[in-house]
Ligand binder design. Structure first.
Ligand SMILES: [Zn+2]
Length: 198
């Protein structure tokens, strides 16, 4: 079911809460079996509209083939991030997808001279390719850094992935004013119920 059919009623208030584009991209697909099956990148038009809301400059929607490749990367990324959160070994098939995409991204890199030295730039001419490269490179950066910063919202109706950039790794919720507040309200009501019962 595409989001354009459904509107945004079923989505949490904030669409981009993860703090990292690769994680926001994983969150474009419903992550809980309790939820109905929504996907903000289920078709090229929906993906384009998500990318534009995110501030990514894409001139046009991806082809069906390019979108299928993006969706395959998204699935592999989400599986690997979930494995990290659950402290499991990631599946070889997911790592293979990531490694293949990483090789493509690295192959597109070009050393470009500037006034002060050199910079590495993505030489891919297609904006969707550059998006895919950026996602996989960012994911690799997170996975080769402190993986404890990769987290999943504990709200069982959410389970969105996010990046904990706090000093003491204290971020617990995808968004404090969304799932965090829901939790506080539930806990308060629970306490109220207990105090009324006694
Ligand atoms: Zn959440």
């Amino acid at each position: 079911m595409s989001v354009s059919d459904q509107g945004y009623r079923a989505l949490p208030k904030h669409e981009f809460v993860a703090g990292r584009l690769a994680l926001d991209f994983c969150n474009t697909l419903s992550r809980t079996p309790l939820d109905f099956d929504w996907d903000r990148a289920s078709n090229p038009r929906d993906f384009l509209s998500w990318a534009q809301r995110c501030g990514i400059r894409l001139e046009r929607a991806p082809t069906t083939r390019a979108l299928a490749r993006l969706q395959a990367l998204r699935e592999a990324l989400a599986n690997v991030f979930d494995a990290v959160v659950d402290e499991h070994k990631p599946a070889a098939i997911d790592l293979k997808v990531l490694n293949t995409e990483l090789a493509h991204a690295r192959m597109a890199e070009r050393l470009v001279p500037t006034d002060h030295g050199f910079v590495l730039q993505d030489g891919a001419t297609d904006a969707v390719d550059r998006f895919r490269h950026a996602i996989v490179c960012e994911a690799v950066e997170m996975l080769t850094d402190n993986t404890r910063r990769i987290k999943r919202c504990p709200d069982h109706e959410c389970l969105w992935l996010f990046y904990d950039g706090s000093k003491n790794l204290s971020r617990r919720w995808c968004a404090m004013d969304d799932c965090g507040t829901r939790y506080k309200v539930r806990r308060f009501r629970g306490r109220e119920g207990t105090s009324q019962a006694t």
